[in-house]
Design a protein. Structure first.
Lengths: 172, 101
């Protein structure tokens, strides 16, 4: 019981601390690596929410594929010196920070007030048994969400072709 | 679940706000993109929490779709950055102002 709370505090603290590090950090490579640690924390939280399959997907697709793609692009563009320039627009930064924090406070207040669970938390364990997740998600994907699934497949194909066309050199 | 769901909601919201701050304050397009990825994952966490609260496995499917679309977005976005860098030698969003005025 307490161990679970400790695990939550560790994972959430890790995720939030490294998310802050990602925003504060000026070097893009370090931002990406901080985000990887944040994803570790989010993965632990997802496992605690009885979603081990989603946790594995986040780890493999996000940390394993997308962030590595980011690292490749950073190295391809050689961005290290550029990110260290001085800030050009202090007013915009202050306004952005203030409005983001105001929106954040609003969201946090609303989320916590609306956070009354429709079912009692004590009734929660066993509603989605952890090991039943994959067949459940698979059945939903290929029945209720079949059209969305196919549409996402087409979208991924279009994105792959689009990325190829966008990034090729002009052959004049 | 001895951890109250509100704690998960708070963690997800805080991560979302951190991502939002990053997306608003960063000027390097790649860092903005990274912040957006963080925001998407915070939303995924919120989806999983609400799905758990309601006992609804559809939330896992939605998160699955969000991840798939994020992958497509990352591929296209990074290709745009590469093309942008080829033509302008920079991806600082302040200096890419061709469409601004």
């Amino acid at each position: 019981m307490t161990a679970e709370l400790l695990l939550f505090a560790f994972a959430a603290g890790l995720a939030i601390a490294f998310a802050l590090a990602m925003v504060v950090e000026k070097t893009p490579v370090r931002s990406v690596l901080s985000l990887v640690v944040t994803f570790f924390g989010i993965t632990v939280l997802a496992v605690m929410l009885a979603a081990p399959f989603i946790a594995a997907i986040i780890m493999i697709v996000y940390a394993g594929a997308i962030l590595v793609l980011f690292l490749f692009v950073i190295m391809l563009l050689n961005l290290n010196e550029e990110a260290r320039e001085k800030d050009s627009r202090p007013v915009q930064r202050v306004l952005g920070l203030v409005s983001a924090l105001a929106l954040g406070g609003l969201l946090l207040g609303l989320t916590l007030r609306a956070g009354k669970p429709p079912v009692e938390p004590s009734a929660l364990p066993g509603r989605i048994p952890a090991l039943d997740e994959i067949p459940l998600v698979g059945r939903l994907l290929f029945s209720d969400y079949l059209f969305a699934f196919e549409a996402v497949a087409v979208l991924l194909l279009a994105a792959a072709v689009g990325a190829l066309i966008l990034s090729r050199r002009r052959m004049d | 679940m001895s951890v109250p769901p509100a704690a998960f909601l708070a963690a997800g919201t805080i991560l979302f706000v951190i991502g939002l701050v990053g997306a608003l304050l960063k000027r390097n397009a790649l860092s903005i993109f990274l912040s957006i990825e963080l925001m998407m994952n915070a939303v995924n966490l919120l989806f999983l929490t609400y799905g758990r609260m309601r006992g609804d496995p559809s939330s896992h499917v939605i998160v699955f779709f969000v991840i798939a679309i994020a992958a497509a977005e990352a591929a296209v976005g990074l290709a745009v950055f590469v093309a942008l860098f080829r033509s302008r030698q920079t991806i600082e969003v302040d200096r890419v102002n061709l469409l601004k005025w």
